[in-house]
Design a protein around this ligand. Structure first.
Ligand SMILES: [Zn+2]
Length: 269
């Protein structure tokens, strides 16, 4: 069995070229409200023949798996709820299903000439039969960064957060920009702090709707905060002993924070 970066078994393998003519296997059912429960608190419907419009995603434990978008208004649990309670391999499956489903829905017509697009066999690609333009699932790279100063963590809250929660800073990478440049720009724009050394941590796919979060640590070279008041409504330096409410455990934001706390524990300065 293939192993992932953290040594975890990879349950989802993505050999979609081999699934071109496959019409059966597991199925993930999605609608505008959320993702269907299989009756056993999971998202995988028992293996069977796939309905019209199902899109193969890969193999789940060597069994083909597809996603289908349904029109009904049944109130299935929201995707965000699922992401909050799934284990890491299932998170990858749901993340893939959500992003592929959105791509298929949002690229039905050519963005260049308006002709109806056709799916290319064996890959996640839509092609315009008129002008040849191709569209692939959109992935939007973002940086997410924990700014530190000695043992202190710079955490901020957005007006969208639940009451009392603070988190790391994040933002989209702009065209033409490197991830490291985006870290420096976002931190300065949002809280007015300059950062010195930057180091890469790890990444996480975040399918709400198609972000790719690249996690970094950034060491502050200035401490004074100047909050933008729009994306950020409050920010402060926190000691490990005096942390506010933190983001949920499955988020890369929380992984950045927990890993920093773990690595500085025992270095009481
Ligand atoms: Zn076209």
């Amino acid at each position: 069995m293939p192993l992932g970066p953290a040594g975890l078994l990879i349950m989802l393998t993505r050999e979609i070229a081999s699934l071109t003519d496959c019409r059966q296997g597991y199925l993930v059912r999605i609608n505008e409200q959320g993702i269907a429960d299989n009756g056993r608190n999971g998202v995988l419907q028992s293996p069977g023949r796939w309905p019209e419009g199902a899109i193969a995603l890969g193999y789940w434990h060597q069994v083909p798996v597809a996603v289908v978008v349904e029109q009904g208004s049944e109130s299935w649990p929201p995707a965000r709820d699922w992401l909050g309670r799934l284990d890491e391999p299932s998170f990858a499956l749901v993340s893939t299903a959500l992003q592929v489903a959105r791509w298929a829905r949002d690229h039905r017509f050519c963005g260049r000439c308006g002709t109806a697009m056709k799916r290319r066999r064996g890959e996640f690609a839509m092609e315009c039969p008129e002008c040849g333009h191709r569209s692939y699932p959109r992935i939007s790279p973002c940086i997410i960064t924990l700014v530190t100063h000695g043992r202190e963590l710079l955490l901020a809250r957005s007006p969208r957060f639940p009451s009392g929660r603070f988190s790391t800073l994040a933002g989209f990478i702009e065209p033409g920009e490197s991830a490291e440049e985006a870290v420096r720009r976002e931190v300065f724009e949002e809280v007015g702090v300059c950062v010195g050394r930057i180091s890469y941590f790890r990444s996480q796919s975040w399918p709400m709707p198609h972000s790719f979060m690249m996690g970094y640590y950034a060491e502050a070279s200035s401490r004074e905060l100047e909050i933008d008041g729009v994306e950020i409504e409050a920010a402060d330096w926190f000691l490990p002993e005096q942390l506010p409410g933190l983001p949920p455990s499955y988020s890369i934001s929380r992984h950045l924070i927990d890993n920093f706390l773990h690595s500085t524990a025992g270095f009481q300065g």
